[in-house]
Structures are given as C-alpha cells and as structure tokens.
Design a protein around this ligand. Structure first.
Ligand SMILES: Nc1ncnc2c1ncn2[C@@H]1O[C@H](COP(=O)(O)OP(=O)(O)OP(=O)(O)O)[C@@H](O)[C@H]1O
Length: 256
C-alpha cells in the first residue's frame, strides 16, 4: 500500500442554470409555416440578467416560451440546472413552471375575481406550500413591492403599474430559480416602465436570474447582458462586464 494521499478531486463547476442547444421552432399558421426560431444556442448562468431584444416578429416571445416550457421545440435541447428536459412530459414541465420558473407577461394575466393577496398566494398553494408559508411569502412580497395596502383589492381596481407589480409578486412567490419576463412594461406608461426597471434591477441585485424579452432598449439597459435577436437567430450577444463596459444603448440606473 502506498502512503501517497489520494489527490483531491478538482472542484467541478456547477452546470449553467439554463443551456439551450440548436433550438428550432416553426409555427404553422394559416399563412403557412413561420420559422420563428431557427437554431439558437444560449447559455444563462445563475444570477445573470439577460435581455433579448429585437424587432417585432423576430421570434423573441417564441424563444422565451421554449425556454419556459410553454411551447416545445421542433429540434434542439434545453437543460435546466444540467438536467435535460428532452423527456419531460407536460406534467413534468408544469411542475417546473410552478416551482422554479416565474413568468411575467405584458398583460399581467391576473385572475380577475381573486383579490391581490389571493393572486399572489395561489402559485405557492398550487406548488404545495402550507397556507402559513404561502401567506408569509405573500405578505413579504406585497410589502416589498409597496402593495400591502392593496392586498384586499381586486385586480380591476388597480392601475396598470400596480397590476404588473402584483404579477411580479406572483411570479416570485415560489422563489423561482429563473424569472422569464415578456415585454413586462409593454402596456405601461413611462412611470410604470421605470418602476418595472427598478424592480427587475433590485431582484437581480439580490441574485435572481432573469431573462427579459423586450423591444424597448431602455428597458433592456438594466440587464447585464443583451442578446440581439433577428429573424429567429441570435445576431449579437454583449455582456456588460463589471469592469464597466458600456454599450450604445446603456442606461444604467433608472431614475424618477
Ligand atoms: N401560434 C402561432 N402561430 C403562427 N405564427 C406564430 C405563432 N406565434 C408566433 N407566430 C409568428 O412567429 C413569428 C415570431 O413571433 P414572436 O411572437 O415570437 O416574435 P416577437 O419577436 O416576440 O414579436 P413581438 O415583439 O411583436 O411580440 C411572427 O411572425 C409571428 O407572427
């Protein structure tokens, strides 16, 4: 027997949070096939804030839907935390979407006949949290988002900006590993847009991984990485590194 100690294994880096390879998705509408996503490779690391920008019809929403399992790719693979989703059933995707992916959309999609509090709490209860935990998380987020006084209101009684903050609270209530936002300021005025920018920046600073789809360069400017998307493909991918790299559309801190 040798006295030489066994070498310490080199630490292995954790897999990226999201890894997409060769994603393809064609829609079949009345006007014939639309090649919305034509072969996309994308890696998102934990804690990144990635904005996907591009003109209307570029395929941004389709890409986001693929990443969140709302649509299936025709070809390609998505790995979440190193795990391939290739064999995922609808039910398996539903579990992931409920527990670990938060979505925010342009039109809020709140349940109109539930109070603000119930809208925020619902995903936690659906994910199996205890009533007590769901309530505590809901209260924490409503407080944080300045909505505590609106907890008993119905969504229709709120401004667009307030409704979007409720939608953000709902998306975050299960502390998702990934937040996917599709034009979250698309139906808001400039004040609402600034608010969304500030909130996304704040949650990102706390470590939330975010993929944001927008054609609004100002909104994209709060991200630390901007991917340009055109005609179903990534045409540019710029990371604004800590060393202070700046880009043409870089606007750092949203101000009132
Ligand atoms: N369900 C569908 N059936 C048929 N065509 C679709 C469908 N969904 C999207 N498309 C088409 O696919 C292309 C990409 O659409 P997508 O919504 O992904 O683009 P986008 O960049 O998000 O656009 P926008 O900024 O206007 O939302 C467009 O030509 C769109 O009309």
């Amino acid at each position: 027997m040798s006295d030489t100690p066994a070498p310490t294994p080199a630490p292995t880096a954790p897999p990226p949070l999201l890894e997409a390879r060769g994603l393809v998705r064609t829609h079949h509408g009345e006007g014939g096939p639309v090649h919305a996503v034509r072969g996309v490779d994308l890696t998102v690391r934990r804690g990144e804030f990635v904005a996907v920008t591009g003109p209307s019809g570029a395929g941004k929403s389709t890409l986001l839907h693929l990443l969140g399992g709302l649509q299936r790719p025709d070809a390609g693979t998505i790995r979440l935390d190193g795990e391939s989703t290739d064999g995922y059933t609808e039910a398996r995707w539903a579990v992931d979407r409920r527990r670990s992916i938060g979505f925010v959309f342009q039109f809020f999609n709140l349940v109109s006949n539930l109070t603000v509090a119930d809208n925020v709490e619902l995903p936690a209860l659906l994910a199996g949290a205890s009533a007590r935990h769901a309530r505590a998380e809901r209260e924490r987020l409503l407080d944080e988002l300045g909505l505590a006084a609106k907890a008993r209101s119905m969504p229709g009684e709120l401004s667009g900006g307030e409704q979007q903050r409720v939608a953000l609270a709902r998306a975050l209530v299960n502390q998702p590993r990934l937040l996917l936002a599709d034009e979250p300021a698309g139906s808001l005025d400039s004040k609402g847009t600034r608010e969304v920018m500030r909130l996304l920046a704040r949650f990102h600073q706390r470590g939330q991984t975010i993929v944001l789809v927008t054609h609004d360069a100002r909104l994209a400017s709060v991200a630390d990485r901007v991917i340009s998307f055109f005609d179903g493909r990534v045409t540019d991918d710029v990371t604004f590194a800590d060393e202070g790299a700046t880009g043409p559309a870089r606007v750092v801190e949203p101000r009132d």
